[in-house]
Ligand binder design. Sequence first.
Ligand code: MG
Length: 473
Amino acid sequence: MNHLFSFLFRSANTLLLFGFLLYAGSLMAQSGSKTNVIIIYCDDLGYGDLGVYGHPTIATPNLDKMAQEGLKFNQFYVGASVCTPSRAALLTGRLPIRSGMVSSEIRVLFPFSKSGLPDTEITMAEALRSQGYKTGMVGKWHLGHLEPFLPLQHGFDEYFGVPYSNDMRPNPNSKGASLHYPPLPLVEGNQTIETGIDQRILTKRYTRRALTFIEENQDAPFFLYFAQSFPHIPLYASEDFEGKSRRGLYGDVVEELDWSVGEVLNKVRELGLEENTLVFFTSDNGPWLVMKEEGGSAGLLREGKGSTWEGGMREPAIAWWPGTIEGGKSTQHIATTMDLYATALDLAGYSLPDDWVIDGHSMLPIMLEDKSIGDEVLYYWGAEIYAVRKGPWKMHYKTITPYVGEAAVAHDPPLLFNLETDPSELYNVADKYPSVIPQLQHVVEEHRNSFSPPPSRLEIVDSDLISGKKAYK
Ligand code: MG
């Protein structure tokens, strides 16, 4: 009896040991195969600017193919309708009101800004780096150009790019602060390596650098944040693309961005990483419509950059992950860049601290199971909520036609649109559906009562630099 007992006991131990080895083995295999993440983020690209989103005269064969092989989002949103807060939302997973990266007065960072993204935030790069990822950033940062705020201080192992918008350079036609701006800098790590750069070759240089990063880090899990400077104006294309598109210079620039996307996807394939890499393409905000032919198109959506109409904050978005995401589909599920943050953390296996609030959910249910992850969107304009969406309904407290010198218009009662039957927000149906308004107001009130916003960091500026009393270093 004793013998039998001791035999059973030893067998059980052996089984346990065997089980443990299997478990450890699978953990190792998993950590060795963490999914790479590449985010390609354009600047001011409109919902209607790609072939696959219906543009008739801009040719985007690489993005069209990416959508064919991946998942196209019809209702993908950014966290703000201008650069700085939109980028803060993507990299922190939080509405930018939570990090202080908003202002209703000074809507983005400028060369005269003295602040940037606070280090209390948990950036996507910091989270992924803590899970063993190599982290690289190429392109436009716009979350603080002074050293304490640059990408290297926010979780990136390397950085190559322009620290703010490509129009923030001396402008002889301007009477404002931009008269005194320094020539556009190119930054490597924390150092400015060039000033007054040739923007015609910027997309090419960014792309080359992105491909090098992917090559050099092919054996480690990696995260590449590739933020293009274009099609933000002033527009520049290389000689391979200039004058080639049917849509003029704007089309040339977008076609070069399309080429760049193709280079990235080809590199991922060439290295055999395509089944282990999620590539996500989108843009920071809608088209800059007052720039006329030099600005893009929001397609059938109303308005563009700087507004809380759909054209300001709904963006083209494509997810590509061959073998995991089924190709050739589009989704109506609502998602945002803050969900993209949560997705990257999910893939890396990173858990946020329990008391840390974010505004996103992993998109894996959308991408893998065609399941919704939420149906609400808050549309902030600076520090103020102008509109809210729940399901098909969108309600506007205020609307603005941006960049024409007009003040915002307040609506009381608020405007109400059904985005499914009226995606262009043309027909106010508030009178017809009075019971919907309180439901939407409830979403806003719950959000407002849940936190107190910190002071704005975009309002911290050097007024001597603005006036020209002091020169830029
Ligand atoms: Mg922008």
